[in-house]
Write a protein that binds this ligand. Structure first.
Ligand SMILES: C[S@@+](CC[C@H](N)C(=O)[O-])C[C@H]1O[C@@H](n2cnc3c(N)ncnc32)[C@H](O)[C@@H]1O
Length: 403
């Protein structure tokens, strides 16, 4: 192996790495890392080596990720393949031991930085494996990753291993590419908490069921009772709607702008004949429009789930979910029964838990609404987070109870 270049990093990066943050973002230092080098040894201002970095000159923002802070770094790089195997095995072992995961066929085997495999995410989806790269660095290690997965899960066939590059920009956001045949479309079913879902691996960027939300769905179990009428806003393919029905909710309404996702939701309903689909209503329209319509019709709900995209555009201007919440809360309040609850989700690392809670509290105050703050929801179980790495804690939810 060639000698690994030693490069000075930005003073802020030095501080961040010391506090456990595993990224080097683009700056005057990282932009000058030798492009052809796969690894870089980061050195501090006193020229002391401090970390072995996985280099990604192609990434717009994240130029390198910390692989190791253990000396000696050239040895760590020499044994990189064995290191990958060891870290993968450890991540798999944790999931195999987690009894809660036995309730579902979809879970993360690897959750990136928190499993010490920066930028690498692996989902088990029934008898399929979806391997997602957030850095092109991993491209050359495809086969070692696949082999290690199949050693632990020998039942996974080659054609059921999918790779996907998750891009930072729209142009890079590609469908998963099957290792065998890039033209192949793959549709299959999987079970989560006793419910069947249709998964499409080869035909869209997201496959139909957010695995990182599974543990949160389970956590909401205690709030949805047979007397509940539930409103699922931004429903996507209906996971929260089906789950509410499974828990016995007497009526569930799902709202999503996309006809494609509402049709997918209907297909999911069809896969679960034990659910009474006459108790479900699907509205293909914007959430704003739906809430206005429900206000006129004087509809009321006991439980509202609100999971908007992190930002949206009406064709003219872009609004972030956090900014949109004030209007949304005002409208949701009108259709929520007294004593009812709403769960507000925010899908971005850019707003901290504290900032989210404070914004919601301020909104309630300005709207003169009386709500009690309840459970806080975050990533969990198969989706661990890392101290000192806020980018990995991108999902949060807040339960509000109408007093
Ligand atoms: C983050 S996903 C919701 C995921 C879903 N809660 C789940 O757990 O499966 C956002 C969804 O909002 C929908 N959407 C975006 N803007 C919307 C709007 N203004 N009104 C209704 N739906 C919208 C998208 O079509 C997408 O399905």
């Amino acid at each position: 192996m060639n000698k690994i270049p030693e490069c000075l990093i930005h003073p802020i990066s030095i501080k961040l790495i010391r506090s456990g943050h595993p990224w080097i973002t683009a700056d005057n230092f990282s932009n000058r890392f030798p492009r052809q080098s796969e690894f870089i040894i980061a050195v501090d201002d006193r020229k002391r080596p401090m970390a072995l970095l996985m280099h990604d000159p192609y990434h717009k923002n994240i130029k390198a990720r910390v692989w190791s802070t253990k000396f000696p770094f050239d040895r760590e790089a020499q044994h990189f393949t064995a290191g990958i195997q060891g870290r993968l095995d450890l991540a798999f072992e944790k999931r195999i031991q987690e009894t809660a995961l036995k309730e579902r066929e979809n879970y993360y085997l690897v959750f990136g930085e928190a499993d010490q495999l920066p930028g690498l995410f692996i989902q088990k989806l029934n008898d399929r494996i979806l391997i997602q790269f957030y850095t092109q660095f991993w491209n050359r290690y495809k086969s070692i990753i696949q082999t290690t997965v199949q050693e632990v899960f020998p039942e996974i066939k080659d054609e059921n291993v999918w790779f996907q590059l998750r891009g930072e920009t729209r142009e890079l956001q590609k469908l998963p590419i099957n290792s065998v045949d890039s033209e192949r479309r793959d549709e299959f079913h999987l079970q989560e908490f006793g419910l069947q879902y249709l998964i499409r691996l080869g035909s869209s960027y997201d496959h139909g069921l957010y695995t990182d939300m599974s543990s949160i769905r389970f956590a909401l179990k205690k709030y949805i009772t047979p007397e509940s009428s539930v409103l699922n806003l931004f429903s996507y393919t209906g996971a929260f709607s089906l789950w509410s029905m499974k828990l016995g909710a007497k009526q569930v309404t799902s709202v999503d702008l996309s006809p494609k996702y509402i049709e997918w939701l209907q297909q999911n309903l069809g896969l679960n004949p034990e659910l009474n689909s006459s108790q479900h209503e699907a509205l293909t329209m914007s959430v704003d429009e739906a809430l206005d319509k429900m206000k006129v019709e004087e509809k009321k709900f006991d439980f509202i789930i609100c999971d908007p995209p992190s930002s949206s555009s009406d064709g003219e201007k872009r609004t972030s979910a956090i900014k949109a919440y004030k209007d949304l809360i005002a409208k949701m309040d009108i259709v929520l029964n007294k004593g009812g609850k709403m769960v507000l989700f925010l899908n971005t690392h850019q707003v901290t838990n504290q900032k989210f809670e404070k914004t919601i509290q301020d909104n309630l105050h300005e709207l003169k609404l009386n709500y009690k703050l309840g459970m806080r929801l975050t990533l969990g179980q198969d989706c661990p987070t890392l101290k000192g790495f806020p980018e990995g804690s991108y999902l949060r939810g807040l339960l509000l109870e109408k007093v």
